[in-house]
Design a protein around this ligand. Structure first.
Ligand SMILES: Cc1cc2nc3c(=O)[nH]c(=O)nc-3n(C[C@H](O)[C@H](O)[C@H](O)COP(=O)(O)OP(=O)(O)OC[C@H]3O[C@@H](n4cnc5c(N)ncnc54)[C@H](O)[C@@H]3O)c2cc1C
Length: 408
């Protein structure tokens, strides 16, 4: 299909964030172009593919998905937390999480955006953008040719290191502690149970981060490691050690490397005629690095505010600030709680992790989260309050400071 030379709204990147933004704009009657550089949406995925059932339900509601089974690889009811000394505990909950087939997931979301009326253009690479008389002019590469297209609202959903945000001068500075580099194998090992996610925290196997096993059923699993850029270490080396020590019979079906921006969201995620969403705005959860939920939520809110701005003919940064405000209203508390955990893990040592691990084990080991009620949690916390207090005070003030930020 030929591209027009002007659209009220253009979304760059058809990942979860971009599809949510394009869907919402289109549903609000805004003519929207959604461009994707890959020749097929979901072709190259960099992800361990785990989401909570809450996120799955949110996605179903936003996108109107009736048969999510087609993109669910496995259902998780058990979480195993493994300490540096390899002691572990488990918690249980029916309908806790799912591991996705993200290729199908991403494609389904883009299909829904297209079905809502967004014009999807694959094999279309965003090159650069500049301001032009109150609008934005972008250049894209398609069919070997550079096309100029004008728009009132540009949404950057182009993932980590966003070319869109860079092009329009948003501050992209990031601390090395706030970027995790990851390596992952897709493995086959018939011993891997299909209902349990494992998280391993250890200086030896995953310094400054964690290792994960997310099963995909039939003996398949995503097995990965993430470490911060500041370590100067290659996560692939740790992954190979884990495989040889714990899964010597695993067969490697595929591999990937990727980066996750954790907890260093852009200083500003909006400006005149521009909104930045998902990983492009570095909105992934600071503690876990999970970014699918925040991508979809930020995309949806950007779509809502963007549509309102276009209808009111006010694309000023003053109006678009509403996107940031609405986003933090929706996500704020979860994000702040994750920041507390991230702050605690800043000075990552086995000793520090074991302290936290022991407290969590006392509170949660063997519990069914479905039946664990607030009063039981409160009672257990009081019972273990000495340990919790010494953990908070022994954290060098980081955690106390973050708690203060959450409370006030
Ligand atoms: C190893 C690893 C494991 C992870 N595991 C999990 C997990 O288990 N659970 C979870 O919730 N999150 C996980 N994440 C994070 C998650 O993958 C991201 O947060 C999520 O994909 C963000 O969605 P997005 O739409 O913002 O960006 P993306 O999914 O990155 O989508 C961006 C899209 O923009 C396109 N694009 C980029 N540049 C251009 C351009 N110039 N022109 C046109 N199109 C362009 C890309 O091709 C892509 O389709 C993981 C990340 C990594 C690296």
């Amino acid at each position: 299909m030929n591209l027009k030379n002007s659209y009220p709204a253009i979304v760059v990147g058809a990942g979860p964030a971009g599809s949510a933004a394009a869907l919402t704009l289109a549903k609000n009657g805004i003519e929207t172009l959604l461009i994707e550089k890959q020749r097929e949406v979901g072709k190259d995925i960099f992800c361990a593919e785990g989401i909570s059932v809450n996120t799955l339900n949110l996605t179903k509601n936003i996108f109107g998905i009736e048969n999510p089974e087609k993109f669910i690889a496995s259902k998780i009811d058990t979480l195993r937390i493994i300490a540096p000394d390899l002691d572990y505990f488990e918690v249980y909950k029916d309908d806790m999480s799912v591991v996705l087939e993200r290729k199908i997931f991403d494609r389904t979301l883009a299909e829904k955006a297209a079905a809502a009326g967004a014009e999807l253009s694959v094999s279309t690479k965003f090159l650069r953008a500049e301001r032009d008389n109150g609008r934005i002019k972008i250049e894209v590469l398609k069919d070997g040719k550079v096309h100029e297209i004008f728009t009132d609202l540009l949404i950057g959903a182009d993932g980590p290191g966003s070319a869109v945000a860079t092009s329009l001068g948003l501050n992209m500075e990031v601390s090395e502690q706030d970027v995790h580099k990851c390596a992952q194998f897709l493995v086959y090992d018939e011993k891997i149970p299909s209902n349990r996610m494992d998280f391993l925290f250890s200086e030896k196997y995953s310094p400054t981060g964690y290792a994960w096993v997310f099963p995909k059923g039939r003996g398949l699993a995503n097995l990965g490691v993430g470490v911060t850029v500041e370590t100067n270490k290659d996560p692939m080396d740790y992954l190979k050690t884990i495989i040889s020590e714990f899964y010597p019979n695993a067969r490697i079906i595929g591999w990937l490397r990727g980066v996750v921006p954790v907890g260093g969201n852009l200083k500003k995620i909006y400006t005149d005629n521009l909104l930045v969403v998902g990983d492009a705005a570095r909105l992934a959860d600071p503690a876990t690095g999970g970014g699918i939920a925040t991508a979809i939520i930020s995309g949806k809110i950007a779509g809502e505010v963007g549509a309102e701005a276009i209808k009111k003919d006010d694309l000023s940064e003053k109006f678009l600030k509403k996107y940031e405000k609405n986003y933090w209203n929706e996500i704020g508390l979860d994000y702040k709680i994750s920041l507390i955990l991230k702050d605690y893990l800043k000075n990552y040592t086995d000793e520090r992790i074991i302290k936290l691990y022991r407290v969590l084990k006392k509170l949660f080991a063997g519990k069914n989260l479905q039946t664990l009620n607030l009063s039981e949690l409160f009672f257990n916390s009081v019972k273990n309050s000495k340990e919790i207090l010494s953990l908070l005070l022994g954290s060098g003030g980081d955690v106390v400071n973050s708690l203060r930020k959450v409370i006030f």
